[in-house]
Design a protein around this ligand. Sequence first.
Ligand code: PGA
Length: 264
Amino acid sequence: MLVILKRDDEEISRQAAQLIAGTVQRNPDLRLGLATGGTMIGVYKELVRLHKQGTLDFSRVVTFNLDEYLGLSATHPQSFHHFMREHFFAHVNIAASNIHIPDGTIRSNYDQYCAGYEEAIHKAGGIDLQLLGIGRNGHIGFNEPTSSIGSRTRLKVLSKETLDDNSKFFAPGEESPRCAITMGIGTILEARKVLLLATGAAKAAAVAKSIEGPVASAVSASSLQLHSDVTFIIDDAAASQLTQRDYYRRVMEMTALLTPERLS
Ligand code: PGA
């Protein structure tokens, strides 16, 4: 795994967008796995900027989002459908028919719906590049602690920590969703390349456990150690509990020298 250390959110957004843009330019038919959350806002902003500059064409790109809250319609301001439209899809030329986000309004036959989502990924040829955030509890997508490392897209009950983190985004008195539809860890591990972004001290423990701890279902992101092509891009605060920071810096320098394509 490649660990790229950056100073702050702005540098992370620029580096991640550069990596995604380079991948799209090399493969205009890219199957791109997308994530939501505060960490992603700067990345989408930068991708939109590159698109508006005329250097980035998404017309043939196919997207698959990781997850959606159960019970929220696409128009709900806290839905991930809404997030994606507001921060990205409304500003770039991705064909509506190429966008896939789990439907939060389904009421029954969850297993069948989730199998259909997996099938859509499979039919598209699999995900080439999967973008990920990380929760304070180490979740990726909504794969809460103790999710099976082999798990697939499914209905998932949200943890107390995630409910607490998310409740602030909902109106006072409004009940926040307790469940979500999420790609599984097994689904994520099948992406050809994975890019995980983390910022801020609140993520430091989860980041350290994911990169330097044992692989354990208690920390879903630690399962990425099993993947052959993972890049973490993290800021100083999120990196503060890593013990091998000097080594990661040396690897970064050598990567820039020997295999610079891994950074762009
Ligand atoms: P955040 O969410 O970017 O809003 O911190 C990340 C996550 O929970 O996956």
